[in-house]
Ligand binder design. Sequence first.
Ligand SMILES: [Zn+2]
Length: 248
Amino acid sequence: MIRREFLGLMGATLLGSIAQADELKHPDIWLKDEQKVVFDAVMKKLGMVERMVGYAKFNLISFDDTLKIARNYSKIGAFTPTEIAYIEEVFYTDPVIYGFYGKRTVEQLSYVVNEKDVVKVDGSGHYVYKETSQELLNRLIKDIGPTLILTSGVRSVVKQLSLHMEKIKSEKGNITIASRSLVPPAYSYHTVGDFDVGKKGWGAQNFTSNFARTEEFWNLQKLSYISMRYTIGNGDGVRFEPWHVKIV
Ligand SMILES: [Zn+2]
């Protein structure tokens, strides 16, 4: 791998003008007022399902199991047709309208992560796919040391939906901004193999550009056998993510 590719360095001026052109082509899209009730209802139910199955297991949960759990527990209550329609809309909308150009990684909302294909990583609350991802993670930890940790592994469609919606909420309804950091549920490479790494004890800082200043990141860079998914100025329109390791 070429070092330049890893960092994805481009001239700041060029980057600035690309971003500007993109903003003109894609004015920010916001959650509509009439969507807010259903948005909040879906988020609340997803949160309750997550509490029911636990943080780790929620990373793997399928859409069908989510519906079933909600239906079977009266405290949660079945997802209504309007709520299901909203989820389908989020899943099937082409995010090019949000300035996101990444490839679709999952075709079906009902896509199932097979539990026999994944392995839980001790102490992380996360899973990685056996073999490819697992071997690479182990090799990284061996080469960098125990301060390198897994911060996010396999994410089912529902987990990605939940993270995407939380991001929309924290961006106060700005779907465009949200889609460039927490990509929509059919577009995450986490669902098919990629994972995130961080520095032990760094918490949320691991998901900021500050991670690029850590010794762990600089040591990662020296390794010839890995590359990053979202480099500076990546063609997908995603923010620079120095923590996201490309697998597939
Ligand atoms: Zn990631």
